[in-house]
Design a protein around this ligand. Structure first.
Ligand SMILES: Cc1ncc(COP(=O)(O)O)c(C=O)c1O
Length: 481
């Protein structure tokens, strides 16, 4: 250690960085060998970290060796080609560099003068995000932890702006009649969680039936709104999906925007999974109406291929963010700052006070790769999903359960079986068996109550060969059950 600080000498630090770099390079050198899941048991992983508080520091090189074996080598394979579970993107190399640089300058992106460049970068990334999805250039927003928080933020702005006249920032919701929120049955559970947190309560969430393609049934929605009005409830907000988590279904956003307008409701869109795919010429038409949303949740650790965490909430203008979140405090006063009016203060436009500069890695990535290249990768993910769908349809031992516009496909392995229950039973056994095998990592869901395997392809490193490997591995594991 150097002097009476926690710092190393320049020479020592340089060697530590070199060793860390070589660990990163080794990961990339062995990309093809990365399994979907490393099969160490929970007890084993827990035991690696079962130690008392270290009072005396450990040699940094030994520490990196420990990190390599316990963390790097056991990491779930998001980076590689064998991850199909949930919505896991593979990250990107420029963001690895960005996160290292970001933690080095350790900026607090809360007040302009605490992070001048990072504040301007975040403003710019919000503008770019709006441009990517053809939203208003006036949009305001914030970088948040992910899709769940982006939806919570959008719905918070919705509630605070919609009920501004009742001054709910001070009064809370006390004394207000219940007000209703509408979304399809396929909507992500972070909407339910958000409504619980916002004091609206999930009893006020109407989960509307879907059409055969799992998009919201707009007629059923309107009927429910009318019924609620007749019962004396106030319609407040409609949540549209720009790509559902289960199958990538994109709701009819124009119809939802029309209904929101007709009944004077807030229109929020969950674009966490599929929002950025609206930049693709091949499916742009599916997103018509997105530009009319009052708020949109995006998620850059999905289709901007960012490492966790980074989500983004967009609203029509900055003032709505400020009206929702601003609270004066003497210790945050801006009056004495030079050019104070031109400085955007993120703490006045979002809930957090201290915040890291998440936008930085997105900014570096978009500049390094160019958004057109990133778009090509999104299109490639969708093309590979169609390849998977084609293989499943052409096979005799798999059956397809959902086709969608985005990069998620649901299917079942049936082998030579015909009995529906036996097939369902086998697929339920397959999920833990595949996890125990580890070669590929895939999870499940239910579609209209039916258990299915769900493969999400959101990784710029995947190829047709990796898709074939997925199906072959499922066959192999199934044959041993
Ligand atoms: C449509 C949708 N909304 C919200 C979320 C939640 O995002 P996060 O996991 O980043 O909180 C997801 C995650 O998959 C999603 O697909």
């Amino acid at each position: 250690m150097n002097n009476n600080t926690l710092d190393f000498s320049q020479e020592e630090f340089s060697k530590i960085l070199e060793k860390a770099s070589s660990m990163i390079l080794e990961k990339y050198a062995n990309l093809d060998a990365i399994k979907g899941f490393n099969v160490n048991s929970q007890e084993e992983v827990e035991s690696w970290f079962d130690e008392p508080l270290p009072r005396i520091g450990k040699d940094s090189f030994e520490l990196l060796d420990e990190v390599k074996t316990k963390v790097f080598d056991s990491a779930t394979g998001n980076l590689g080609k064998n991850m199909y579970a949930y919505v896991m993107s593979g990250g990107n190399q420029i963001s690895t560099v960005a996160e290292l640089l970001l933690s080095t300058v350790n900026q607090n992106n809360t007040k302009w003068h605490l992070a001048p460049a990072m504040t301007e970068i975040e403003k710019r990334v919000i503008k770019w995000a709006a441009e990517m999805i053809d939203y208003t250039p006036e949009a305001g927003g914030a970088m948040v932890s992910g899709g769940s928080e982006a939806n919570l933020a959008g719905l918070t702005v919705a509630r605070n702006i919609f009920f501004k006249k009742f001054d709910i920032k001070r009064n809370g919701l006390f004394g207000l009649k219940p007000f209703m929120v509408y979304c399809s049955k396929e909507t992500h559970n972070c909407t339910d969680k958000s409504l619980s947190l916002l004091g609206i309560g999930t009893n006020q969430l109407r989960r509307i039936d879907t059409n055969a393609d799992l998009t919201i049934d707009v007629n059923a929605l309107e009927k429910q709104i009318e019924a609620d009005i007749t019962s004396g409830f106030m319609p407040f907000c409609v949540v549209g999906n720009a790509g559902t988590v289960n199958t990538g279904a994109i709701d009819n956003l124009t119809a939802l925007a029309d209904i929101a307008q007709k009944y004077e409701m807030w229109f929020h869109v969950d674009g966490a999974y599929g929002g950025l795919a609206s930049a693709l010429p091949s499916i742009k038409h599916k997103y018509a109406g997105l530009e009319r949303a009052d708020s949109i949740a995006l998620d850059f650790h999905k289709w901007l291929y960012q490492p966790f965490e980074i989500g983004c909430v967009l609203v029509q203008d900055w003032e709505k963010m400020r009206e929702t979140y601003y609270k004066e405090a003497d210790y945050l006063a801006t009056e004495l700052q030079t050019n104070a009016n031109a400085r955007l203060e993120f703490n006045e436009h979002y809930f957090q006070l201290s915040r890291n500069a998440k936008a930085f890695k997105a900014w570096m990535s978009v500049k390094a790769y160019g958004f057109d290249r990133i778009r090509e990768m999104i299109q490639k993910d969708i093309d590979l999903t169609n390849y998977l769908i084609k293989l499943v349809e052409e096979s005799t031992d798999f059956e397809l359960k959902s086709k969608a516009d985005l990069a998620v496909a649901c299917f079942r392995y049936k082998g030579k079986m015909a009995d529906n229950e036996a097939i369902s039973d086998l697929n339920q056994k397959l999920i833990p068996a595949l996890e125990a095998d580890g070669r590929v990592f895939i999870t499940s869901t239910k579609l209209n109550g039916e258990f299915v395997l769900r493969a999400c392809i959101i990784n710029h490193r995947k190829t047709e060969t990796s898709i074939e490997y997925l199906l072959d591995t499922i066959r192999d594991v199934a044959s041993k059950l």
